[in-house]
Design a protein around this ligand. Structure first.
Ligand code: MSP
Length: 516
């Protein structure tokens, strides 16, 4: 039985159309899903849309349509964007799905019956952008610093969930499971919130007199469920909580991807909700930074958004995936600029990788009529060194990427790609050809072609168009490891002597730098 892996993105609010920030988290999740499959795992990838709450109701009103009409339209735009970006999710959850609403009801009823929900009254400062009450420490100049909008004082009778009761349990849990929230700085941020103050209990309802657009509480039909409480449950409703096989199979291997904006609901509310219902916490909360433009976070409210499709059209699918996963160091903010994309495409993809493949294919064509040449053991041409390097490289690539450190993993792979270019320069196949050293020439080219095969195999989760194209040209399927171990393919016997290579064109055309 294959090992399981469960990867999720945040479910995105449908008050905005998909933009680059959403695309990054989704591409990262898509990469992780394909990467774990490559390692032989049975992976389940979930994404979706978050469709209830004040924010959505407000946006629908502004557009003059009913909330349902509005959420249908925007949710479809997310689906369309992910299809254009070749995102390979297994399930797309919508919080307006009947199956999701039933899980929210069941979950609420369960913890209501265990006594973790009570009725009370509360006054506090609310940020519609965050869809939650902020603490006095979080408010700066009467504004939410994240959304740069004034907070609103709201006082009403509501239902509350006993967060406070589980505060010391959560501190203990996070301390004992040191990479539960990662990278470490975000674990520390959550611990510092938990240790600096008593947590307020969480207000989990909204009176229908103020907001109707939500899931009715199972124990009071005058109230709807608070949007965050509803939304977080998507991660288990999509698996068929409480008794379906997917829930049993995948929940124990849950990995969430979020950006730091929604650390508190995921790092504090969610594990406590799970604990209260008697469920195991997720495995890891993987938190990334922001994509900034001119030092400001890209977001709809700040108005500086770019559609992911327009970028793919302009630069190409693989190019954008590579840029995203290479440029952002997991956990830190990254700068988005078209100059940076062009730089990465021209140097890493066109010069290093594209050129390596092109010159190797050209030489095979020129010297061996395009047939994969034989390796002769009496002229190894540093084969052992190369093989040793690719073994080390792939180990490091796997170790970094499995922990979401894609930028470091790709660095390692590119060091090897650059080394291969150097290997060609040192071995000088053109010189060997001139001197009629056919056996040496044949062995050198075979060594490089076998290396290119392994590099492309490792890149299949990332370069969705180019890696399969090169593998096909090498007459190899784009298969995953299946039941094999990585060691089984980490050799130079993957290609077949005398197979004729497909011809390939320029893999990554050079791009012109944008002029001011
Ligand atoms: N609906 C909630 C999430 C509920 S999950 C149970 C929400 N939605 S959102 O549409 O605002 O999406 C926030 C997420 O979008 C971030 O956590 C991140 O994954 C992604 N990003 C949005 N803008 C981003 C950047 N500028 N940079 C990086 N990621 C960004 O919050």
């Amino acid at each position: 039985m294959n090992k399981k892996f469960y990867i999720t993105t945040p479910i995105y609010y449908v008050n905005a159309e998909p933009h680059l920030g959403h695309a990054y988290s989704t591409i990262l999740a898509d990469f992780m899903n394909r990467f774990y499959k490559l390692m032989g795992y049975d992976s389940f990838f979930l994404t979706g849309t978050d469709e209830h709450g004040d924010k959505i109701a407000e946006s629908a009103q502004e557009k003059g349509v009913s909330p349902k009409e509005y959420v249908d339209q925007i949710s479809a735009k997310f689906k369309k964007a992910w299809s254009d970006l070749k995102i390979d999710y297994r399930a797309f959850v919508r919080t307006t799905d009947q199956s999701h609403k039933e899980v929210v009801s069941l979950f609420l009823q369960t913890i209501y019956e265990t006594g973790d929900i009570y009725f009370g009254s509360y006054g506090g400062y609310y940020c519609i952008g965050c869809e939650r009450f902020l603490t006095s420490k979080e408010i700066v100049n009467n504004q939410c610093p994240e959304h740069q909008k004034p907070v609103k004082f709201i006082e009403e009778k509501n239902y509350f969930f006993k967060l406070n009761k589980y505060q010391s349990w959560l501190i203990d849990y996070i301390e004992k499971n040191s990479d539960f929230i990662r990278p470490e700085r975000y674990k520390n941020e959550v611990l510092s919130i938990l240790k600096s103050d008593q947590l307020d209990d969480l207000c989990i309802s909204r009176p229908k007199s103020r907001l109707e657009w939500g899931i009715t509480l199972p124990f009071d039909d005058q109230y709807v469920t608070y949007v965050w409480f509803d939304a977080l449950l998507n991660y288990i409703s999509a698996l068929g909580y409480p008794d379906q096989k997917n829930f049993k199979d995948y929940w124990p291997e849950a990995h969430h991807i979020i950006a730091k904006d929604i650390l508190k609901p995921h790092g504090i509310f969610w594990p406590i909700m799970l604990k209260a219902a008697g469920l195991e916490p997720y495995q890891h909360l993987n938190v990334h930074g922001y994509w900034n433009m001119d030092d400001t976070k890209m977001s709809k409210s700040l108005g500086n958004v770019i559609s992911p499709q327009s970028l793919i059209e302009r630069y190409g699918q693989d190019q954008i995936r590579y840029f995203f996963l290479k440029e952002m160091h997991f956990g830190s903010d990254a700068k988005f600029s078209e100059e940076a994309i062009i730089g990465k495409v021209n140097f890493d993809l066109a010069n290093d990788f594209g050129n390596l493949v092109k010159r190797t294919f050209n030489m095979t064509e020129k010297y061996f009529a395009g047939k994969i040449p034989e390796f002769f053991s009496d002229c190894s041409m540093n084969r052992a060194v190369l093989l040793d390097k690719i073994k080390n490289t792939s180990q490091q690539y796997f170790d970094f990427c499995k922990d979401f450190k894609t930028s470091l993993g790709l660095d390692k792979l590119w060091e090897f790609i650059r080394y291969l270019n150097k290997y060609i320069d040192e071995q000088k196949p053109w010189q060997l050809a001139k001197e009629a050293k056919t056996r040496e020439l044949s062995s050198v080219l075979r060594n490089i072609l076998e290396s290119i095969y392994l590099v492309c195999f490792l890149l299949t989760p990332l370069l969705l168009e180019t890696a399969p194209l090169v593998l096909k040209a090498l007459k190899k399927d784009n298969s995953n490891l299946g039941n094999n171990q990585l060691e089984d393919i980490l050799n130079f016997n993957n290609l077949k002597t005398k197979e004729v290579l497909d011809k390939i064109g320029v893999l990554f055309p050079k791009l012109e730098q944008v002029k001011d």
